[in-house]
Ligand binder design. Structure first.
Ligand SMILES: [Zn+2]
Ligand SMILES: [Zn+2]
Length: 213
């Protein structure tokens, strides 16, 4: 599948559009649009490329990754998918907003479909495998496109770093174990697109990420 990255203003969140060029079916991953300008950027991208949004997928339900979910589901008419262990976070987006000092009006996120480890999401003829990587949040997932060799890692794995584990439900040992056993075991050439910061590869993180060597 093809992938495009958007960087939005709330904590520099990376939102991704992933689509199957054969059918133009598209998933929006971690919708972080926080204002009209950012919503318009996503709308323009979708219409310019003639895409049909069939899935909205959250790697987890921290506010920066989920603040645009209600807009996206209303605008594009696609269901929101996430792992059940993060549902309590989706019901407390307003509380997260207070905790992080977010001034914008926020809505709690209503999840339509639940994802579990090993699920395969079909986007047209494309496939994304769900990998459960808890520790940053209980229901954090990564999304793996085996054919086109890329991974959307949410806030589990970053270039040269890993997610924080000091937020509610976080656990650093669990996070490191999950990354080592489930992500670093993927082919080294796999390109990693994280929730914040630049892309990297599995091979590079295996060799030089100070949290993992
Ligand atoms: Zn997070
Ligand atoms: Zn984040």
């Amino acid at each position: 599948m093809e992938i495009a990255q958007f960087q939005f203003s709330l904590f520099g969140i990376n939102t991704y559009a992933v689509w199957d060029p054969a059918t133009n079916k598209c998933a929006i991953i971690d919708p972080g649009m926080i204002n009209e300008e950012e919503e318009q950027a996503m709308e323009n991208f979708v219409s310019r490329n003639n895409l049909t949004v069939t899935h909205i997928i959250n790697t987890h339900l921290h506010i920066d990754h989920a603040i645009g979910a209600s807009f996206a589901t209303k605008k594009f008419g696609a269901p929101i998918h996430t792992h059940p262990d993060d549902l309590p976070l989706g019901e407390r987006i307003d509380e997260q907003a207070r905790m992080f000092g977010v001034q914008e009006k926020v809505e709690n996120v209503k999840i339509d479909r639940l994802l579990k480890d090993g699920d395969v999401i079909e986007i047209g003829e494309g496939r994304l495998e769900v990998i459960h990587v808890p520790g940053h949040s209980p229901g954090s997932i990564a999304l793996y496109d085996k054919k086109d060799k890329f991974l959307i890692s949410g806030d589990a794995l970053f270039a040269n770093s890993v997610g924080r584990a000091d937020l509610p439900g976080g656990n650093m040992n669990q996070l490191i174990t999950a990354i080592k056993s489930r992500l670093l075991t993927l082919p080294e050439e796999t390109v990693v697109f994280p929730g914040h910061g630049p892309a990297t590869t599995i091979g590079r993180e295996k060799r030089s990420n100070p949290f993992l060597i």
